[in-house]
Ligand binder design. Structure first.
Ligand code: FAD
Length: 286
């Protein structure tokens, strides 16, 4: 369990990190919290010759209000996010998902940028980013660009990031009055990663669901918004029985993952159960 040898770089700024990525190309990897990359290196699944450590760059750790959005630096740790009052009040899905990641050690070191770049289908933030209508801000050799979360997660462990690009921040529109959110997951008993996670943002009017944004992680090869489920929930009374009926088609048409822990049927049932619980919890928070 010893990684192959590498050279460690500690750039003082994002621009210096960009230059290092350009200089070393495919031989370089960014290092943030190291909680996904280092295990992969120890297993020799990843063998970068140069590690460019961006975890300590202050500019990348800022959490601030930016107009109507909340901006979260890519190197903000899961703990920074779960303990931020601004995130709790304005981007609550991110706080709710950060708080159930791994354990205290993982939350103290792991970062949101590293998690999104790694794009593990069982990671918690992707569903929260999708249901928050979030945007990923990146900087690369050709300048800065914004990628909607809906376009960011391409496939299993694959994103829309181009070679040499760095995630600098995530932007999330502040949650509107009358909208409640909840992120709930069925965690794997050993790893705590999501076997099924559901992020829900529910806008409530007169006890009914005016509109819904629902996203899942853990059950398919990438996190996804469930447009069919969102339509089924529109106009529905937010009581247990009505919501149970509305979520009966959760994840319809999606090819679901199967592994030794959870087969496709079990994951589909988890999607129904966690959608119902997340919708009711989100409505109660509105
Ligand atoms: P790193 O490991 O440093 O990097 C991961 C990848 O992202 C690398 O390819 C790196 O080059 C790239 N990268 C890093 N930062 C950037 C950036 N700014 N721009 C572009 N690319 C970048 N996650 C969950 O969601 N839920 C869990 O329950 C959970 N449980 C865990 C339990 C354990 C025991 C462990 C070890 C990890 C767990 N994780 C879980 C994963 C954890 O959240 C990781 O911290 C996270 O996936 C990666 O973040 P990192 O900062 O550690 O990234």
């Amino acid at each position: 369990m010893i990684p192959s040898s590498f050279e460690y770089h500690r750039p003082a700024s994002v621009n210096e990190a960009l230059s290092l990525l350009q200089e070393y190309g495919d031989d370089a990897s960014l290092l943030a919290g190291g909680h996904s990359l280092l295990p992969a290196m120890k297993l020799r699944l990843s063998t970068p010759e140069h590690l460019v450590d961006i975890g300590h760059i202050d500019d990348l750790r800022q959490i601030r209000q930016d107009g109507d959005d909340v901006s979260i630096g890519a190197a903000a740790t899961h703990h920074d996010i779960e303990s931020s009052d601004l995130v709790a009040s304005s981007a609550p899905l991110l706080a709710q998902s950060a708080s159930v990641i791994g354990d205290v050690q993982v939350r103290n070191a792991g970062t949101i940028g590293g998690s999104l770049a790694h794009a593990d289908p069982a990671a918690d933030y992707p569903a929260a980013m999708l249901a928050s209508d979030g945007t990923v801000e990146v900087l690369g050799p050709d300048g800065a660009r914004s990628i909607a979360a809906a376009d960011f997660f391409v496939e299993l462990f694959a994103t829309a990031l181009e070679p040499g690009e760095i995630i600098t921040a995530l932007r999330v529109p502040a949650v509107a009055a009358g909208t409640g959110t909840a992120y709930l997951k069925f965690p794997h008993p050993a790893s705590r990663f999501a076997v099924c996670g559901c992020a829900a943002a529910i806008t409530v009017s007169d006890g009914k669901c005016l509109s819904a944004r629902i996203a899942f992680n853990g059950i398919a090869s990438t996190a996804f918004r469930d447009a069919g489920l969102e339509s089924a929930l529109a106009g529905v009374s937010l009581d247990e029985d009505s919501v149970r009926t509305a979520v009966s088609g959760a994840a319809a048409g999606q090819e679901l993952l199967e592994d030794s822990f959870a087969g496709e049927d079990f994951r589909r049932q988890l999607a129904r159960v966690y959608a119902r619980r997340a919708v009711l919890a989100a409505a109660a928070n509105a």
